[in-house]
Design a protein around this ligand. Structure first.
Ligand SMILES: NC(=O)c1ccc[n+]([C@@H]2O[C@H](COP(=O)([O-])OP(=O)(O)OC[C@H]3O[C@@H](n4cnc5c(N)ncnc54)[C@H](OP(=O)(O)O)[C@@H]3O)[C@@H](O)[C@H]2O)c1
Length: 261
Protein backbone atom coordinates (compact mmCIF):
# COMPACT_ATOMS: atom_id res chain seq x y z
CA UNK A 1 0.00 0.00 0.00
CA UNK A 2 1.55 3.26 -1.21
CA UNK A 3 1.61 6.76 0.26
CA UNK A 4 0.16 9.24 -2.24
CA UNK A 5 -0.32 12.97 -2.84
CA UNK A 6 -3.99 13.95 -2.77
CA UNK A 7 -3.27 17.28 -4.51
CA UNK A 8 -3.52 16.78 -8.26
CA UNK A 9 -5.25 13.37 -7.96
CA UNK A 10 -8.32 12.52 -10.03
CA UNK A 11 -11.14 10.92 -8.01
CA UNK A 12 -14.61 9.45 -8.54
CA UNK A 13 -16.88 9.38 -5.46
CA UNK A 14 -20.22 7.53 -5.54
CA UNK A 15 -23.05 8.51 -3.21
CA UNK A 16 -21.68 12.05 -3.05
CA UNK A 17 -25.01 13.87 -2.74
CA UNK A 18 -25.17 13.51 1.06
CA UNK A 19 -23.53 12.19 4.20
CA UNK A 20 -20.13 10.53 4.17
CA UNK A 21 -19.71 10.62 0.37
CA UNK A 22 -20.41 14.35 0.21
CA UNK A 23 -17.86 14.99 2.96
CA UNK A 24 -15.25 12.74 1.31
CA UNK A 25 -15.69 14.65 -1.98
CA UNK A 26 -15.27 18.01 -0.19
CA UNK A 27 -12.25 16.77 1.80
CA UNK A 28 -10.59 15.58 -1.42
CA UNK A 29 -11.37 18.95 -3.03
CA UNK A 30 -9.94 20.84 -0.04
CA UNK A 31 -6.71 18.88 -0.40
CA UNK A 32 -6.49 19.69 -4.13
CA UNK A 33 -8.01 16.64 -5.83
CA UNK A 34 -10.32 16.89 -8.85
CA UNK A 35 -13.49 14.94 -8.16
CA UNK A 36 -16.29 13.42 -10.26
CA UNK A 37 -19.33 13.20 -7.98
CA UNK A 38 -21.98 10.55 -8.67
CA UNK A 39 -25.45 10.07 -7.16
CA UNK A 40 -29.06 10.18 -8.37
CA UNK A 41 -29.91 13.63 -6.93
CA UNK A 42 -28.62 16.01 -9.62
CA UNK A 43 -29.74 19.12 -7.68
CA UNK A 44 -27.74 18.15 -4.58
CA UNK A 45 -24.68 17.38 -6.72
CA UNK A 46 -24.92 20.83 -8.36
CA UNK A 47 -25.05 22.44 -4.89
CA UNK A 48 -21.96 20.44 -3.92
CA UNK A 49 -20.17 21.44 -7.13
CA UNK A 50 -20.83 25.11 -6.30
CA UNK A 51 -19.01 24.64 -2.98
CA UNK A 52 -15.90 23.61 -4.93
CA UNK A 53 -15.60 27.19 -6.22
CA UNK A 54 -13.66 28.08 -3.04
CA UNK A 55 -11.50 24.93 -3.06
CA UNK A 56 -8.26 24.12 -4.88
CA UNK A 57 -9.78 20.97 -6.44
CA UNK A 58 -12.30 20.93 -9.30
CA UNK A 59 -15.65 19.12 -9.41
CA UNK A 60 -17.51 17.42 -12.27
CA UNK A 61 -21.09 16.27 -11.73
CA UNK A 62 -22.35 12.96 -13.04
CA UNK A 63 -25.94 12.24 -12.00
CA UNK A 64 -27.30 8.70 -12.25
CA UNK A 65 -28.07 5.40 -10.60
CA UNK A 66 -24.91 3.44 -9.82
CA UNK A 67 -26.85 0.21 -10.40
CA UNK A 68 -27.02 1.12 -14.12
CA UNK A 69 -24.05 -0.24 -16.07
CA UNK A 70 -24.22 2.63 -18.59
CA UNK A 71 -24.00 5.15 -15.73
CA UNK A 72 -20.92 3.40 -14.33
CA UNK A 73 -19.15 3.45 -17.72
CA UNK A 74 -20.11 7.08 -18.31
CA UNK A 75 -18.85 8.14 -14.86
CA UNK A 76 -15.40 6.66 -15.51
CA UNK A 77 -15.35 8.29 -18.99
CA UNK A 78 -16.28 11.60 -17.32
CA UNK A 79 -13.16 11.40 -15.11
CA UNK A 80 -10.97 10.91 -18.18
CA UNK A 81 -12.69 13.64 -20.22
CA UNK A 82 -12.80 16.21 -17.40
CA UNK A 83 -9.51 15.49 -15.62
CA UNK A 84 -7.45 13.22 -17.89
CA UNK A 85 -7.70 10.00 -15.87
CA UNK A 86 -8.60 8.38 -12.58
CA UNK A 87 -6.45 7.71 -9.51
CA UNK A 88 -8.95 7.30 -6.65
CA UNK A 89 -12.25 5.41 -6.83
CA UNK A 90 -14.43 5.78 -3.72
CA UNK A 91 -17.29 3.25 -3.66
CA UNK A 92 -19.52 4.90 -1.05
CA UNK A 93 -23.13 4.78 -2.36
CA UNK A 94 -25.20 2.65 -0.01
CA UNK A 95 -28.69 1.97 1.29
CA UNK A 96 -30.18 -0.03 4.15
CA UNK A 97 -33.41 -1.50 5.49
CA UNK A 98 -34.53 -2.38 9.00
CA UNK A 99 -36.72 -5.25 10.08
CA UNK A 100 -36.84 -9.03 10.41
CA UNK A 101 -35.52 -11.16 7.56
CA UNK A 102 -38.30 -13.77 7.49
CA UNK A 103 -41.14 -11.41 6.62
CA UNK A 104 -39.14 -9.14 4.31
CA UNK A 105 -39.44 -9.39 0.52
CA UNK A 106 -36.87 -10.88 -1.83
CA UNK A 107 -36.77 -7.44 -3.51
CA UNK A 108 -35.41 -5.85 -0.31
CA UNK A 109 -32.47 -8.26 -0.32
CA UNK A 110 -31.88 -7.84 -4.05
CA UNK A 111 -32.00 -4.03 -4.04
CA UNK A 112 -29.57 -3.75 -1.13
CA UNK A 113 -27.15 -6.21 -2.73
CA UNK A 114 -27.47 -4.37 -6.07
CA UNK A 115 -26.56 -0.96 -4.66
CA UNK A 116 -24.15 -1.87 -1.87
CA UNK A 117 -22.32 -4.78 -3.46
CA UNK A 118 -22.91 -5.51 -7.17
CA UNK A 119 -22.72 -1.86 -8.24
CA UNK A 120 -19.50 -1.30 -6.28
CA UNK A 121 -17.94 -4.51 -7.61
CA UNK A 122 -18.88 -3.75 -11.22
CA UNK A 123 -17.70 -0.15 -10.95
CA UNK A 124 -14.30 -1.46 -9.88
CA UNK A 125 -14.27 -3.75 -12.94
CA UNK A 126 -15.21 -0.87 -15.25
CA UNK A 127 -12.69 1.51 -13.66
CA UNK A 128 -9.69 -0.85 -13.51
CA UNK A 129 -8.34 -0.30 -17.04
CA UNK A 130 -8.33 3.47 -16.37
CA UNK A 131 -7.07 3.15 -12.78
CA UNK A 132 -4.11 1.02 -13.91
CA UNK A 133 -2.89 4.05 -15.90
CA UNK A 134 -3.45 6.32 -12.90
CA UNK A 135 -0.92 7.75 -10.45
CA UNK A 136 -0.62 5.42 -7.41
CA UNK A 137 -4.21 4.28 -7.93
CA UNK A 138 -6.46 3.19 -5.09
CA UNK A 139 -9.97 1.82 -4.65
CA UNK A 140 -11.56 2.88 -1.33
CA UNK A 141 -14.65 0.87 -0.46
CA UNK A 142 -16.91 2.30 2.24
CA UNK A 143 -18.06 -0.83 4.06
CA UNK A 144 -19.27 -0.74 7.68
CA UNK A 145 -18.57 -2.26 11.08
CA UNK A 146 -21.68 -4.26 10.08
CA UNK A 147 -19.44 -5.85 7.45
CA UNK A 148 -17.57 -7.38 10.38
CA UNK A 149 -20.34 -7.97 12.92
CA UNK A 150 -23.77 -9.19 11.80
CA UNK A 151 -26.65 -7.70 13.78
CA UNK A 152 -30.39 -8.54 13.88
CA UNK A 153 -32.93 -6.67 11.74
CA UNK A 154 -30.21 -5.55 9.30
CA UNK A 155 -29.45 -8.95 7.76
CA UNK A 156 -29.45 -7.86 4.10
CA UNK A 157 -27.34 -4.79 4.84
CA UNK A 158 -24.83 -6.82 6.89
CA UNK A 159 -24.62 -9.44 4.13
CA UNK A 160 -23.92 -6.75 1.52
CA UNK A 161 -21.19 -5.15 3.66
CA UNK A 162 -19.55 -8.50 4.56
CA UNK A 163 -19.47 -9.17 0.80
CA UNK A 164 -17.84 -5.80 0.12
CA UNK A 165 -15.27 -6.40 2.89
CA UNK A 166 -14.44 -9.80 1.36
CA UNK A 167 -14.16 -8.34 -2.14
CA UNK A 168 -11.82 -5.65 -0.80
CA UNK A 169 -9.58 -8.25 0.84
CA UNK A 170 -9.44 -10.47 -2.28
CA UNK A 171 -8.77 -7.59 -4.65
CA UNK A 172 -6.09 -6.09 -2.37
CA UNK A 173 -4.00 -9.19 -3.01
CA UNK A 174 -5.07 -9.66 -6.63
CA UNK A 175 -4.44 -6.09 -7.77
CA UNK A 176 -1.10 -5.64 -5.98
CA UNK A 177 0.82 -6.68 -9.09
CA UNK A 178 -0.98 -3.95 -11.05
CA UNK A 179 -0.07 -1.29 -8.46
CA UNK A 180 -3.73 -0.72 -7.49
CA UNK A 181 -4.26 -0.43 -3.71
CA UNK A 182 -7.51 -1.35 -1.99
CA UNK A 183 -8.70 0.32 1.22
CA UNK A 184 -11.75 -0.73 3.25
CA UNK A 185 -13.27 2.10 5.32
CA UNK A 186 -15.63 0.60 7.92
CA UNK A 187 -17.55 3.39 9.66
CA UNK A 188 -19.61 2.83 12.77
CA UNK A 189 -22.66 4.92 13.58
CA UNK A 190 -22.29 8.23 11.72
CA UNK A 191 -24.47 11.38 11.68
CA UNK A 192 -26.00 11.33 8.19
CA UNK A 193 -29.40 11.01 6.51
CA UNK A 194 -28.86 7.26 6.15
CA UNK A 195 -31.91 6.25 8.22
CA UNK A 196 -34.12 8.77 6.35
CA UNK A 197 -33.14 6.96 3.16
CA UNK A 198 -33.75 3.35 4.30
CA UNK A 199 -35.87 1.49 1.76
CA UNK A 200 -37.90 -0.10 4.58
CA UNK A 201 -38.18 0.52 8.32
CA UNK A 202 -40.17 -2.45 9.66
CA UNK A 203 -38.58 -2.06 13.10
CA UNK A 204 -36.60 0.59 14.92
CA UNK A 205 -33.69 -0.83 16.95
CA UNK A 206 -32.55 1.38 19.85
CA UNK A 207 -29.19 2.25 18.27
CA UNK A 208 -30.79 3.96 15.26
CA UNK A 209 -29.74 7.59 15.13
CA UNK A 210 -27.74 7.43 18.39
CA UNK A 211 -24.13 8.31 19.21
CA UNK A 212 -23.12 8.99 15.63
CA UNK A 213 -19.77 10.60 14.87
CA UNK A 214 -19.80 13.54 12.42
CA UNK A 215 -19.63 12.54 8.75
CA UNK A 216 -16.82 15.08 8.25
CA UNK A 217 -14.66 13.23 10.82
CA UNK A 218 -15.21 9.92 8.97
CA UNK A 219 -14.33 11.64 5.68
CA UNK A 220 -11.10 13.12 7.09
CA UNK A 221 -10.07 9.68 8.39
CA UNK A 222 -10.91 8.11 5.01
CA UNK A 223 -8.87 10.66 3.04
CA UNK A 224 -5.99 10.38 5.55
CA UNK A 225 -6.06 6.60 5.01
CA UNK A 226 -6.04 7.06 1.21
CA UNK A 227 -3.06 9.43 1.51
CA UNK A 228 -1.08 7.26 3.91
CA UNK A 229 -1.83 3.97 2.13
CA UNK A 230 -3.69 2.15 4.90
CA UNK A 231 -5.38 -1.17 4.03
CA UNK A 232 -8.40 -0.86 6.36
CA UNK A 233 -9.75 1.56 8.97
CA UNK A 234 -12.59 1.69 11.50
CA UNK A 235 -13.05 5.45 12.08
CA UNK A 236 -15.25 5.04 15.16
CA UNK A 237 -14.07 4.03 18.65
CA UNK A 238 -17.31 2.29 19.73
CA UNK A 239 -17.47 0.51 16.40
CA UNK A 240 -13.86 -0.58 16.75
CA UNK A 241 -14.62 -2.00 20.23
CA UNK A 242 -17.53 -3.96 18.75
CA UNK A 243 -15.26 -5.47 16.07
CA UNK A 244 -12.66 -6.41 18.72
CA UNK A 245 -15.35 -8.01 20.92
CA UNK A 246 -16.59 -10.03 17.92
CA UNK A 247 -13.05 -11.32 17.33
CA UNK A 248 -12.18 -12.30 20.87
CA UNK A 249 -15.61 -13.43 22.19
CA UNK A 250 -18.11 -13.99 19.36
CA UNK A 251 -20.39 -16.05 21.64
CA UNK A 252 -20.64 -13.12 24.04
CA UNK A 253 -21.56 -10.78 21.20
CA UNK A 254 -24.29 -13.26 20.17
CA UNK A 255 -25.67 -13.16 23.74
CA UNK A 256 -25.96 -9.36 23.63
CA UNK A 257 -27.32 -9.13 20.07
CA UNK A 258 -30.09 -11.73 20.51
CA UNK A 259 -31.75 -9.37 23.02
CA UNK A 260 -32.47 -6.98 20.14
CA UNK A 261 -34.01 -9.55 17.76
N1 LIG B 1 -24.42 6.50 8.50
C1 LIG B 1 -23.90 5.45 9.12
O1 LIG B 1 -24.07 5.27 10.34
C2 LIG B 1 -23.03 4.47 8.33
C3 LIG B 1 -22.31 3.53 9.06
C4 LIG B 1 -21.51 2.63 8.37
C5 LIG B 1 -21.42 2.67 6.99
N2 LIG B 1 -22.16 3.60 6.30
C6 LIG B 1 -22.05 3.58 4.84
O2 LIG B 1 -21.63 4.85 4.39
C7 LIG B 1 -22.08 5.03 3.04
C8 LIG B 1 -22.73 6.40 2.93
O3 LIG B 1 -23.90 6.42 3.72
P1 LIG B 1 -24.38 7.72 4.51
O4 LIG B 1 -24.48 7.37 5.94
O5 LIG B 1 -23.60 8.89 4.10
O6 LIG B 1 -25.91 7.80 4.01
P2 LIG B 1 -26.67 8.84 3.06
O7 LIG B 1 -26.54 10.21 3.58
O8 LIG B 1 -28.02 8.25 2.89
O9 LIG B 1 -25.85 8.76 1.69
C9 LIG B 1 -26.02 7.72 0.78
C10 LIG B 1 -25.54 8.19 -0.58
O10 LIG B 1 -25.66 7.11 -1.51
C11 LIG B 1 -26.33 7.59 -2.67
N3 LIG B 1 -27.06 6.51 -3.32
C12 LIG B 1 -27.97 5.66 -2.78
N4 LIG B 1 -28.43 4.83 -3.72
C13 LIG B 1 -27.80 5.16 -4.89
C14 LIG B 1 -27.86 4.67 -6.22
N5 LIG B 1 -28.66 3.66 -6.55
N6 LIG B 1 -27.07 5.26 -7.16
C15 LIG B 1 -26.27 6.29 -6.83
N7 LIG B 1 -26.15 6.79 -5.59
C16 LIG B 1 -26.92 6.23 -4.64
C17 LIG B 1 -27.27 8.68 -2.15
O11 LIG B 1 -27.58 9.61 -3.16
P3 LIG B 1 -28.91 9.69 -4.02
O12 LIG B 1 -30.05 9.33 -3.12
O13 LIG B 1 -28.91 11.11 -4.49
O14 LIG B 1 -28.72 8.72 -5.14
C18 LIG B 1 -26.36 9.34 -1.12
O15 LIG B 1 -25.52 10.26 -1.75
C19 LIG B 1 -23.03 3.87 2.74
O16 LIG B 1 -22.35 2.89 1.98
C20 LIG B 1 -23.36 3.33 4.12
O17 LIG B 1 -23.71 1.96 4.08
C21 LIG B 1 -22.95 4.51 6.95
Amino acid sequence: MAKREIAGSRALVTGASSGIGREIALELGRRGADVVVLARSADKLETLAAEFADLPGRCAVHAGDVVDDAVRHAAVRRATEAFGGLDILVNNAGIGALGPFETATAERLRRIMEVNFFAAAELIRVALPTLKHGRKPIVANVTSILGRVGIPHSSEYCASKFALEALSQSLRAELYKHGVDVLAVAPGSTETEFFDHTIEMASRPPWVGRNGVPAAAVARAAVDAIASGKRAIVPNFRGWLMCVAQRIWPGGVDLVLRKYA
